[in-house]
Ligand binder design. Sequence first.
Ligand code: ATP
Length: 236
Amino acid sequence: MLTVENINLYYGASHALRGVSLAAEPGRVTCVLGRNGVGKTSLMRAVMGLQGVKSGAIRWEGKDITAMSAHQRARAGIGFVPQGREIFARLTVKENLETGFAPLPRARRTIPDEIFELFPVLKSMLSRRGGDLSGGQQQQLAVARALVTRPRLLILDEPTEGIQPSIIKDIGRVIRLLADSKLTEWGAMAVLLVEQYFDFAKELADDFAVMDRGEVVLSGQAATMVEDDVRRYLTV
Ligand SMILES: Nc1ncnc2c1ncn2[C@@H]1O[C@H](COP(=O)(O)OP(=O)(O)OP(=O)(O)O)[C@@H](O)[C@H]1O
């Protein structure tokens, strides 16, 4: 289980996260919603260890990881799919996947077959360059690359951004499968998902948190989510 406890994050004098708390449990999809610029990416980067926090704590599987580097967190089972995908355009699909080996011990540096079951399109494209893939294929590659590290917590920052509806559906289906632990090797995965689109979030989320101006303003189980209350924070 991941718990974020009362974290504060600053960019210089700008207070980007204000006392944010959040939890993500194995077997559940926790969806963070909010308009542009409210701090969703900052929160994901703080959990991954790519951005330091000034105060508060981040705990994962019972350990305080607040002071750990991103590399140590990856080794501890946290996988990250960044906003904008960050595929290496000049590396092949296979090489992009292999960049996920970095936190793994040598014996585990293989690409699990399950990844190609989830994303069959990648198997036929292993020798293609990342930059030659469509946006949707790149997003699938970004998720696959994160899965190579065998995460027990998967963080996805706006995986639907700029993606066509059929691939959005595919990605939603994969996220559900991952959280439901349908993959033998991994077991139950906690999924932390940033999303701007209410409908996609509503369909997938077990739990939700809505952010506004650096704070979590609404949260709870998705079943108890009142659509009008959430939408109020999403429309400009
Ligand atoms: N590296 C940075 N330096 C300074 N300010 C930043 C930096 N990154 C983000 N910010 C500011 O922090 C606030 C939160 O940004 P953040 O990217 O976390 O929001 P977001 O909700 O993820 O937005 P988006 O949906 O556009 O990604 C914004 O006001 C943004 O301008």
